[in-house]
Structure formats: structure tokens, C-alpha cells
Design a protein around this ligand. Structure first.
Ligand code: PA5
Length: 478
């Protein structure tokens, strides 16, 4: 069957759009809003950022920019592996954390049935899906209460091959598998890791696990479009070639040298100006349950990439913008009060969907209660859309900066576009802030402290440092 993403007209009809009217002073007022003059004064700075990224494309930590284009053989291998797993396994479990988990969770929620695991097998046509991204012992026990390891394939994902949380999960699961299956245990593990660093690759070789590689220039939070995300997606029956086609489509838009035609560059510049004006919080508010965990994935990308103590010149800048996840309409009834009337420290990003995959008509009833009856005959689609427009309006009249990203539909192509859009926006924002977008010294410090506390060899100095910290006082606990 011809792939729809090969059709240019279809691709153009699936283009996601950025509407930043409500960032402008004309709409949100002069005190908070931006003028074209303000944006234009950053334009050459932004275009230089684009130029630098173009020049380093595919090099160093910009390997993720090649992913939409250089994985034909890998996609084939992934699809073949996924086909076998879909036929044989009852469960597919991702063991990973951070960038090795949030992408698979986001894509699963976006592109699978919202109650996927509860569907009957013949409707689901593939294994149940779990992502274990914590080391809460109760959660591990709970997983083992609902799956049978002999009927499960575990995808251990860790770029560094050293992350304690993931290796802990691996140790427990592989031990269980060996107890139950002996020599066949290895057939239930797939390792996704670096080809040349860390412990997982050594184990994969010695135990003979099926392995997929995370390319060198692809950091954890930029890894969803490599085997980290592609294998779980393919196991779920998602068309991963279409996802990559969406990313490739967005790549073209984001390489446009004409500033106002480059959506990720415009959005990064708007957020940069916002940060300079004290907007320290970025609220991501999708109006679709399917996009709920895209907000989580975005939060990691934005926080870990931009939250930096020093800039590239070593100057202390304490840069970044705190990302907050919100869900429309659910959080209209919890957070929106703060967003409309609280401090002027936020930019709200709405994610809107033009055409939901389902339409539900609100049933007729309550004829004697006009305040309820007015809903009848409308669709839930109209209601969610009206609520989004109403919230946008309420924020705008209260002079709150907000903008909207529209997805024509939620499908593999638009999700590929959206993920790549945010990755490009983050890369541009990092350039504008002059920070290292791709490191995470704050996270590494926490990882090292954990190793020290649990007695890992080589971390004695860290342990001594932790031991020399002032003891907590009982007077400050109650
Ligand atoms: O973005 C990152 O690099 C981190 O969030 C990592 O993804 C996370 O710490 C997990 O690391 P790893 O994949 O090496 O286990």
C-alpha cells in the first residue's frame, strides 16, 4: 500500500502551525506584549544561531539532526524485530529513565488507544506495554504482579549503560528470567545502548542480547527518534517511517533562513525574549489526552537542556525557564486560576488539535434544565475546542503571554513533526542563551552522589564529601 507521507499534498495538509498572536502587544497589551521591533532586534542573533547549528549539523551532539535521514537499515531491523515480538510476546516492558523513557511514554500515549492495555488481545494485536522509569520497590512488585516474565520482552534502554536505576531493574529482571528460563532468558532482553561505552554493551555482548545502538551524537533527551523510541513504537504497531518523515518535514521548515518562516526559530526567539523579561515559567498545556505526556517529554527537554549555571564563556548565568505540565481542560479547574491572575512570570503554550480521531455527540436530555440542556446536540469536540478558545481569551484579556501550536490531527507524521519542532526550538534557545544544551552536570552530580552512597568503587572522595556535609538538626524537623 502506498505510504501517505510520500504524497506532498498530504504532507502539506499535516503541517503543524504556530500562532503567536497572543505574544504580541496588539493582542495582549503593551505592558506584557512584544512588538515587531523587539523581535526584529533579536533577529540577526537568532539567524546566527541557525547558521551555527547548520554548520555543526550531524557533528558533536547534533547527531540527532541526522536521525530523520540516516536510519533506513535500522528501521528495517527494528520493524522485523517488532514483528516477531508482536507475534510472540504478551508484554513489552521498557526499563529506562529520563530520555530513555519519556519519549516512548509520550509516543505510546499519543498514538495508541488511550486504554490500550485494557483492550482485548484480538483488538490490540500486540503485547501490552509498560514503561518502568522509577526504582520504587512497590512499582516493581506491582509490575511483577501483572506480568509473567516468561511471556515478556524487556527492552533495557540506557545510553550511558551505567545508570543505576536502569541497571537495578535489569539485575532484578534478568535474575528472574534466568530462574524461570535458564539459557533462554537472553531471548527476553533487548539492549538499546551506546555501541562503545558503559556496561550494558559489555553485558549485551557477553550474554548475546539482541542490541540496538544509540548513536554517539544523540543525547538522552534528543533520542526519541533513534532506536530508543523507534523500537517501542514499532512494537506498538506505529508506522515509524511515517514518524521520521514528519521529523524530516519539520527539519526543512526549521532550516529556513527566512526568520519569520522558521517556526522553531521564531518560537525560540519569543521564549528567549520572554526569559529576558522575567518569564521564568513555560507552561505546556495540550488540549488532548493523547498529548498529555508530550508535555512531560517537553519538560525534560526544556529543563535539562537550558537549566544551566554557567554559559559557554564560563560566566554564571543560572539560565533556564521552569517547564510546567498542564492538561486542557482538566487543569482549567486547578491551575488556570493562577495563570490568569497570579504573577506575570509565565508563557503558556497551548497544543491544539484541528481534527480529533473520534467525534462524540452530547446526548439529548435534561429538557427542563436549560443550563444543562444547552450542551445537547453539540459534540465533545466542539466543547473541548470552545474551552480552549475561552481559556486563550481569558488569559489574553488578562495580558498573559500565550501561543498555540496546532496539529491538524494526531498521527505518526504530526508527532514526528512536533517532537522535532521542540528539539529544534530547544537547540535554538540554547544557542540564544549561549549555554551548553547537551550536558547535564546537575544530573551527573546527583548520579555520582548515589554511587557514593551505595559504595561504588572510585567514588570514595564523593562519599567523604557527602559525609562531611553538616548533620541535620532535630530542631528543624517537627
Ligand atoms: O537527557 C539525558 O541525557 C538524561 O536525562 C538521560 O536520558 C537519563 O539520565 C538516563 O540516562 P541513560 O540513558 O544513560 O541511562
Amino acid at each position: 500500500m502506498a505510504k501517505r507521507y510520500l504524497n506532498r499534498e498530504w504532507r502539506n495538509s499535516m503541517r503543524i502551525r504556530l500562532d503567536y498572536n497572543n505574544m504580541m502587544s496588539e493582542f495582549v497589551g503593551e505592558k506584557e506584549g512584544f512588538t515587531l521591533k523587539m523581535i526584529n532586534s533579536e533577529r540577526s542573533n537568532a539567524l546566527r544561531a541557525l547558521e551555527r547549528i547548520k554548520n555543526s549539523r550531524g557533528k558533536g551532539w547534533l547527531g540527532w539532526m541526522d536521525l530523520p535521514f540516516n536510519q533506513a537499515d535500522i528501521v528495517k531491523d527494528i520493524n522485523e524485530t517488532a514483528k516477531k515480538i508482536r507475534k510472540t510476546a504478551k508484554n513489552f516492558v521498557v526499563l529506562g529513565i529520563g530520555g530513555s523513557a519519556l519519549g516512548p511514554i509520550a509516543v505510546f500515549q499519543a498514538l495508541c488507544h488511550l486504554h490500550y492495555n485494557d483492550l482485548p488481545n484480538k483488538v490490540r494485536k500486540g503485547p501490552k506495554f509498560y514503561v518502568e522509569d522509577n526504582v520504587d520497590p512497590e512499582r516493581m512488585k506491582a509490575l511483577l504482579d501483572v506480568i509473567n516474565v516468561e511471556e515478556t520482552v524487556f527492552n533495557v534502554i540506557t545510553k550511558s549503560g551505567a545508570t543505576s536505576e536502569t541497571m537495578t531493574q535489569y539485575l532484578i529482571i534478568y535474575d528472574l528470567l534466568k530462574q524461570k528460563l535458564g539459557d533462554k532468558a537472553k531471548d527476553h532482553i533487548i539492549a538499546t545502548t551506546s555501541s562503545n561505552a558503559g556496561n550494558l554493551i559489555k553485558l549485551a555482548k557477553s550474554e548475546d542480547f539482541k542490541t540496538f545502538y544509540i548513536p554517539d551524537g544523540v543525547g538522552g533527551r534528543f533520542s526519541e527518534l533513534c532506536p530508543v523510541g523507534l523500537l517501542p513504537a514499532a512494537v506498538l504497531g506505529i508506522d515509524i517511517a511515517e514518524m521520521l518523515a514528519g521529523a524530516a518535514y519539520m527539519d526543512k521548515l526549521c532550516m529556513n533562513d527566512s526568520f519569520y518562516k522558521n517556526p522553531a526559530l521564531v518560537n525560540a526567539t519569543l521564549q528567549y525574549i520572554a526569559m529576558k523579561n522575567g518569564k521564568n515559567i513555560s507552561v505546556m498545556m495540550p488540549y488532548a489526552d493523547g498529548l498529555k505526556f508530550i508535555a512531560d517529554w517537553y519538560c525534560q527537554l526544556w529543563a535539562e537542556s537550558l537549566g544551566k549555571e554557567v554559559d559557554n564563556d564560563g560566566k554564571v548565568v543560572n539560565a533556564g525557564q521552569t517547564p510546567v505540565k498542564s492538561l486542557g481542560v482538566t487543569d482549567q479547574h486547578s491551575q488556570v486560576q493562577l495563570y490568569t491572575e497570579g504573577p506575570f512570570d509565565k508563557v503558556i503554550t497551548f497544543l491544539a488539535v484541528d481534527k480529533y480521531r473520534e467525534e462524540v455527540v452530547i446526548s439529548d436530555g435534561c429538557h427542563d434544565i436549560p443550563d444543562v440542556h444547552f450542551l445537547c446536540g453539540h459534540t465533545m469536540n466542539e466543547l473541548i475546542d470552545a474551552e480552549r478558545s475561552a481559556t486563550e481569551y481569558a488569559l489574553t484579556v488578562k495580558e498573559r503571554l500565550n501561543h498555540t501550536i496546532y496539529l491538524p490531527e494526531i498521527n505518526a507524521f504530526t508527532i514526528g513533526e512536533l517532537l522535532y519542532f521542540f528539539e529544534m526550538e530547544t537547540a535554538f534557545a540554547g544557542e540564544l542563551l549561549n549555554v551548553n544544551t547537551y550536558n547535564q552536570p546537575g544530573v551527573e552530580n546527583g548520579k555520582n552522589a548515589t554511587y557514593a552512597l551505595l559504595g561504588r568503587k572510585g567514588y570514595e572522595a564523593k562519599k567523604a564529601e557527602l559525609n562531611s556535609a553538616p548533620a541535620k538538626k532535630t530542631e528543624f524537623t517537627c
